[in-house]
Design a protein. Sequence first.
Length: 133
Amino acid sequence: MAKKAPMKLGGFLLFFVLVFVFGIIGEISTFFFALGKDTKTTVDTINIIASPILAVALLVSTLLIVQHKKSALSVIYVTLVMMTLYTIVYNLNTNDASLDSMRFIGLITAPVLYVVIGLYFHHSNRVKQTLVN
């Protein structure tokens, strides 16, 4: 039986590929911004450690999606968990009292957003028909 050709990237799958690419750029920018500061805070140290890891995870996720690999799903789930942990650690270590409400919003909305993205990748027919190799 002949193997069915994968669907092309499109719709929300293409949207998330673009979001991941912008995420890579953002993580690299965050890394160099934190690295270039004269006085390092706890948040800067977290960024210096986490940003390259997240950038690589997003890059691998993007490449696997573009190559239509089934293993992309596992890597995406791991990346989303890492991003959730990073968001929680980052928000808990931000010491600016004027940002307390923003920290609270970040602690709630970011993990919910990552769960929604994970559910999209888990339930989407386009993802199932595209990531077949």
